[in-house]
Design a binder for this molecule. Structure first.
Ligand SMILES: Nc1nc2c(c(=O)[nH]1)N[C@H]1C(S)=C(S)[C@@H](COP(=O)(O)O)O[C@H]1N2
Ligand SMILES: [Mo]
Length: 370
């Protein structure tokens, strides 16, 4: 592996490959491929080749079939932008410290994906009436030896409801920002499930199983799930699904030094699941007062929107806390407090960004000499 490929990504773990986008470098809607975060659960990349790769479609269908790479690529394709956020993005903000990869704000990125709608691939098989879910299985396998432990060696598999699977925006993608998928991002074909947390977008896709009952596999219920409560009791494991509304500040970066008595352009991105972000607001006083940010990019379905806000910094040096919060078109606003029942995922409360106000630089020597 050529390590220059890692340039511009923070290594959270090398084996399995878990690489983070330095979110403070955000400057465009599309994240370049070599800066797109990587989240993989098993150390070995599955050795897939386009020439021999096969995708099997089976289960509650009339005509199970297998399709190769060239035949799949002959089907009508679509290209759409979608933001993918890992459900563990922002874990470093949890206190007490939560187990799992300590992602800051860069387990998220946006790409333009080209692929075949999953709906078309399913239609070819003839989905039966009893179908309720579609399981997507990757070729990668291994054993999870940390808690929660896996039942021996397993593959990466996740399901989505049949209704979601039949939406035309769910893709079996083979291109990312115009380029062939890289091995790390799921070559030759991956799922892209817009509006859902990243775990649904299964990489190295090799099998699609239409099921007549909910799938309850490891990555569906033991991991990437939370306890729903009934009568005050944890009653049921619910698989993570739709992304929750969220704004992140790119600049200032955490602990950035900012000059007193100036105007600083705060900027970042905001996104949500299957609806749209309606507004972003910024607070510099711990959430007592909020002011509207301006949009810096156009609205696009399933895609983060860049925003900015001109902050008049205080005249005196000291420590400050900046916050941004987003609201979606259904009126959901990010909560100030973390809901502890979500354990280690869905970190969508307002994230406080500490900054340091420092004295404005004194005029330089050159300036004096003029
Ligand atoms: N086969 C397979 N698919 C997978 C994973 C994996 O480990 N194996 N990780 C999932 C998770 S948790 C996320 S957040 C996204 C990350 O996609 P990326 O690595 O292209 O950014 O892939 C998902 N698809
Ligand atoms: Mo993830």
């Amino acid at each position: 592996m050529n390590d220059s490929r890692l340039a511009g990504l923070i290594i959270r773990e090398k084996d399995p490959e878990n690489l983070e986008y330095p979110f403070s470098t955000l400057d465009s809607v599309i994240t370049p491929n070599d800066r797109f975060f990587v989240r993989s659960h098993f150390p070995a990349l599955p050795p897939l080749e386009a020439r021999t790769w096969r995708l099997r479609v089976e289960g509650a269908v009339d005509k199970p079939y297998e399709i190769g790479y060239d035949a799949l690529l002959k089907m009508p394709s679509r290209t759409l932008a979608a933001t993918i956020e890992c459900a563990g993005n922002g874990r470093i903000f949890l206190s007490p410290k939560a187990r799992g990869l300590q992602w800051e704000m860069g387990a998220v990125g946006t790409a333009e994906w080209t692929g075949i709608p999953l709906a078309a691939v399913l239609e070819r098989a003839g989905v039966q009436k009893r179908a309720v879910e579609v399981v997507l299985e990757g070729a990668d396998t291994g054993e999870i030896t940390e808690e929660p432990k896996s039942p021996g060696k397993i593959s990466f598999a996740r399901s989505i409801p049949i209704k979601k699977a039949q939406q035309p925006d769910v893709l079996l993608a083979y291109r990312m920002n115009g380029a062939e998928l890289t091995p790390s991002h799921g070559f030759p074909v991956r799922a892209v499930v817009p509006g859902w947390y990243g775990m649904a977008s299964v990489k190295w896709l090799v099998r699609i199983i239409v099921t007549d009952r909910p799938f309850t596999g490891y990555f569906q219920t033991a991991d990437y799930a939370y306890w729903a409560r009934r009568d005050g009791l944890p009653a049921q494991r619910i698989p993570l699904g739709e992304v929750e509304v969220k704004a992140q500040i790119a600049r200032p970066a955490r602990h950035e030094a900012i000059a007193a008595g100036t105007v600083y352009r705060v900027h970042g991105a905001a996104w949500t699941g299957e609806t749209e972000v309606a507004r972003v607001e910024v607070s510099a006083d711990g959430g007592h007062t909020w002011e509207a940010a301006r949009w810096r990019s156009a609205p696009l379905p399933y895609t983060w929107r860049l925003w900015e806000y001109d902050w008049k910094t205080p005249d005196r040096p000291g420590n400050m806390m900046l916050m941004a919060r987003a609201t979606d078109t259904q009126g959901h606003t990010q909560p100030m407090e973390r809901d502890a029942h979500r354990a280690t995922y869905m970190i969508s409360h307002v994230l406080p960004i500490p900054v340091q106000i420092v004295p404005a630089p004194s005029p330089s020597v050159d300036a004096w000499e003029i």
